[in-house]
Design a protein around this ligand. Structure first.
Ligand code: FAD
Ligand code: PHB
Length: 392
């Protein structure tokens, strides 16, 4: 098979890239090692920045998002048993975020690619990429046991943090920057109406907790736990008990309980490789960088990368110019590092660290007090949370 851009990974990055390329008249093929059902049901992120929402609507994949997405114009920071609202609309000139599950984004993009005659090949094995620093680029894989090959001009490594593209780049080319946090998140999905209209980020002596949602009937909740925590050690009753303690307020607020339909543990890491390109191979999304989920940025950052990449590839095919391709990594990394900073800052402000002492806790509470009571402090959080302006 021959195509212009071979894309490894059908997550948000790979699928959005394929969609944007199609709109610019550039051909691509996406290969994915999991099944379509698996990627369309995998519970992950849920917060879309305004820019991500606008892009989906402008490019014709926003119909379900407009019907089902929950638009929020603020979040609550809860500490010392009191809630403090950060009013995004007021602080950012009317911007907000939309709650819409990542697997719904994946579903909308897959449907659009297939409806437009695009190729998304699921359930492939033994994927490897070849000669990406030369001109005879190839992706090889197996499907139903039979070997296949895609010849292409460019390869986009959109295969997530555990993918094969980044590790295939020769040693010495990339520099990795990393921080692993001494805690994880235990997340549940519960069949119950959300207990609040907006997200609640709670900082508590016992650790961080987050109240989010997926719909009027589905609540998404997380608590900070030990990094090596076993999910079996957390029967539902223990999870609810811990949630109640961490969200407790001095007023009448109540956390609604309901049947737990999904639970899992997510490790927390900050990670970046530089540069995000080598020869004719371009890394995008989690393949190039990971953020801890406290800033709700992973998915949005993946989409921001592929906007830059799609534009650069379109310019190459339209005008034969490699200028934008050469600048891909530099343009992306400016945003990546600002988002890394924000995600690290939110994480350090809200979680308990194992070596915290009384000084650290007082300092954290003072920071929360400042952020929620100073317009400058709130505005800095708000403009990052709704999404920094896109620089293409
Ligand atoms: P991915 O979504 O990881 O997509 C990569 C795709 O490549 C996958 O479908 C994978 O199956 C496929 N793939 C991998 N290897 C190969 C291969 N060799 N060949 C072919 N295909 C391959 N972010 C938040 O903001 N909030 C959250 O609550 C949150 N929760 C998360 C929970 C988990 C368990 C994980 C892993 C991530 C979470 N994230 C969260 C981060 C967010 O989901 C990611 O930033 C986002 O998925 C990035 O999109 P992506 O397309 O770059 O990568
Ligand atoms: C989610 O709804 O899954 C979610 C929301 C906000 C975050 C992380 C995850 O910061």
């Amino acid at each position: 098979m021959r195509t212009q851009v071979g894309i490894v990974g059908a997550g948000p990055a790979g699928l959005m890239l394929s969609h944007l390329l199609h709109l610019s008249g550039v051909e691509s093929v996406v290969i994915e090692n999991k099944s379509r059902k698996y990627v369309e049901e995998r519970v992950r992120a849920g917060v879309l920045e305004q820019g991500t929402v606008d892009l989906m609507i402008e490019t014709g994949v926003g119909t379900r998002l407009k019907q089902l997405g929950l638009v929020h114009h603020g979040v609550e920071l809860r500490f010392d048993g009191r809630g403090h609202r950060i009013d995004f609309a007021d602080l950012t000139g009317g911007k907000g975020i939309t709650i819409y599950a990542q697997h719904e984004v994946v579903r909308d993009l897959t449907d659009a690619r297939l409806a437009d005659g695009g190729q998304v090949i699921f359930e492939v094995d033994d994927v490897s990429i070849h000669d990406f620093d030369g001109t005879r680029l190839r992706i090889t894989y197996r499907k139903d046991g039979a070997p296949h090959q895609i010849e292409c001009d460019f390869i986009a490594g959109c295969d997530g943090f555990h993918g094969i593209c980044r590790p295939t780049i020769p040693a010495g080319v990339l520099t990795a920057f990393e921080r692993v946090y001494p805690f994880a998140w235990l997340g549940i999905l519960a069949e119950v109406a959300p207990s609040s209209d907006e997200l609640i980020y709670a900082s508590h002596e016992r650790g961080f907790a987050l109240h989010s949602m997926r719909s009027q009937q589905l609540t998404r909740l997380y608590i900070q736990c030990a990094p090596d925590e076993q999910i079996e050690a957390w029967p539902d009753a223990r999870i609810w008990d811990e949630m109640h303690r961490r969200f407790a307020t001095h007023d009448e607020w109540k956390l609604h309980e309901g049947p737990v339909v999904q639970k899992g543990i997510t490790e927390m890491r900050s990670f970046v490789v530089e540069p995000m390109q080598y020869g004719n191979l371009f890394l995008a999304g989690d393949a190039a960088h990971i953020v801890p989920p406290t800033g709700a940025k992973g998915l949005n950052l993946a989409i921001a990368d592929v906007r830059v990449l799609a534009r650069a590839l379109a310019e190459f095919y339209r005008r034969g110019s490699r200028d934008a391709l050469n600048r891909y990594s530099d343009v992306c990394l400016r945003r990546v590092w600002k988002v890394q900073r924000f995600s690290w800052w939110m994480t350090s402000m809200l979680h308990r660290f194992e070596d915290d002492n009384a000084f650290d806790r007082r300092r954290q509470l003072a920071e929360l007090d400042y952020v929620t009571n100073s317009r400058a402090g709130s505005q800095s959080l708000a403009e990052n949370y709704v999404g920094l302006p896109m620089e293409l």
